[in-house]
Design a binder for this molecule. Structure first.
Ligand SMILES: Nc1ncnc2c1ncn2[C@@H]1O[C@H](COP(=O)(O)OP(=O)(O)OP(=O)(O)O)[C@@H](O)[C@H]1O
Ligand SMILES: [Mg+2]
Length: 263
């Protein structure tokens, strides 16, 4: 079956004042529909840049991104906007609208899509119940915990019925227990709606918890990819080995090891 996402020879170079940065270097991978696909790597490895390239929020310097077989690089502005509506995104800092209450945050994408107020409110309420926040509709983001804010963000992203959900460090601001509950929610969304989820993280345990497949990024390159089981039981790249060790002995390890012969 055709992969829902396919990345081909993808590169992104930034020409910053401080010099050239090769953030993503000639990456190839594919993601099957319904997968929960992890992209893991240390800070600066290029994870956010790569994920932003998946919906062309960041225009790749070279290479191609295929969504359901169609190359985003060839699309007109109109086609691209349409495709993007099918790709939701959630972030570490939740990006909620602080002046709107919870219900109206979830209504927002529906308003933009031209859904009538009454219908939008009903759908938003349904989604809030789905994420376990049926009783918080009238609250404002400032009155919520981090985990609750992320649940609102998830309800809001689901309003558009996306087939793909990109999560950039969606749990990195949360404590371990709240992280677990958000990961469980993502897993249930994946199972119930069949949404393909791409999870960007620097934490191995996030990958272990919910991902079926994983790609390891190291200095912009794809060091390794495979099923989570393969990569965890038999890591081949030093980048993957270090991440696993980091996970096991988090504070004993220093960055030095990582700088060595990685690849
Ligand atoms: N707009 C930009 N201009 C110049 N350089 C950039 C830009 N965005 C990212 N970079 C650089 O590209 C590299 C990869 O950054 P990126 O944010 O993708 O890493 P990351 O893996 O997401 O890191 P983190 O785990 O800290 O979020 C870094 O060296 C970063 O400084
Ligand atoms: Mg990042």
């Amino acid at each position: 079956m055709e992969p829902i996402i396919r990345v081909e020879n993808l590169s992104k170079v930034f020409d910053a004042k401080s010099g050239r940065v090769d953030a993503v270097r000639n990456i190839n991978f594919e993601i099957a529909k319904g997968d929960i696909f992890g992209i893991i790597g240390l800070s600066g490895a290029g994870k956010s840049t790569l994920v932003r390239c998946l919906n062309l929020l960041e225009r790749p310097t070279s290479g191609n991104v295929y969504i359901k077989g169609k190359n985003l690089m060839d699309m007109s502005g109109k086609e691209l906007r349409k495709t993007r509506r099918n790709i939701g995104m959630i972030f570490q800092n939740f990006n909620l609208l602080m002046q709107r209450n919870v219900l109206d945050n979830v209504c927002f994408p529906l308003e933009i899509a031209g859904v009538k107020r009454k219908e939008a409110k009903e759908r938003a309420m349904e989604l809030l119940k789905k994420v376990g926040l049926g009783d918080k509709a009238a609250s404002y983001p400032a009155q919520l915990s981090g985990g609750q804010k992320q649940r609102v963000a998830i309800a809001r992203v689901l309003a558009n019925n996306p087939e793909i959900l990109l999560c950039d460090e969606a749990t990195s601001a949360l404590d371990p227990q709240t992280t677990k509950s958000i990961l469980n929610l993502l897993k249930s969304i994946n199972e119930e709606y069949g949404i393909t989820i791409v999870v960007i993280t620097h934490e191995m345990r996030v990958v272990k918890n919910i991902c079926s497949h994983v790609a390891v990024l190291n200095h912009g390159k794809l060091a390794e990819k495979g099923t989570v089981k393969e990569v965890f039981t038999n890591p081949k790249s030093s980048a993957a080995k270090v991440l696993i060790l980091n996970d096991e002995e988090q504070d004993k390890f220093s960055g030095e090891v990582y700088e060595g012969n990685v690849g």
